[in-house]
Design a protein. Structure first.
Length: 161
């Protein structure tokens, strides 16, 4: 393993925003979203005012350079995320720089975030994924189950206990 995982700090916020952009699935052959999409209310809520109680983030680094991140945030009924299931289940976001994918970084990040979530007292994690997104296979491998739809994306949940 030529990378390390560490907790995300306030100095990582710009990188987390970059990863939020990279976390949005674009089907092959389609144009990428404009970078400004992260400023849309339905997207920016995933990182806006990062550091709230319950926010958990990890960064993967290679040669002291961030190459991927994973984060959890709680939402409520009035401010739902795409993978919202209830007020006590955080929603997961993850992205790896394209050139760093396929090296096991995502799997290690998934294991580590689950450990941090359990330590924090979370009993399950939710996420949203386009069913055509290859990342769906990673989530299924980690035991996430399809429990519903939000627009064109699956809502998936994993029990941690």
């Amino acid at each position: 393993m030529d990378f390390k995982i560490r907790k995300a700090g306030q100095h990582d916020i710009p990188f987390l925003w970059e990863m939020l952009y990279h976390s949005m699935y674009v089907p092959e052959g389609q144009p990428p979203f404009p970078k400004q999409i992260v400023n849309e209310p339905y997207i920016k809520k995933y990182l806006d005012q990062w550091g709230k109680v319950g926010d958990i983030g990890l960064v993967a680094e290679k040669s002291n350079k961030p190459v991927g991140a994973i984060w959890l945030r709680l939402f409520d009924e009035e401010n739902k995320g795409f993978g919202y299931v209830d007020d006590t289940t955080p929603e997961l976001g993850i992205a790896i720089l394209e050139e760093e994918r396929g090296q096991g970084i995502g799997s290690v990040l998934m294991k580590e975030i689950e450990n941090h979530a359990k330590d924090f007292g979370y009993t399950k994690i939710a996420l949203s994924v386009d069913p055509a997104n290859p990342a769906r296979q990673l989530y299924e491998r980690f035991g996430y189950c399809h429990v519903g739809w939000c627009q064109t994306s699956w809502t998936m949940v994993k029990d941690l206990i």
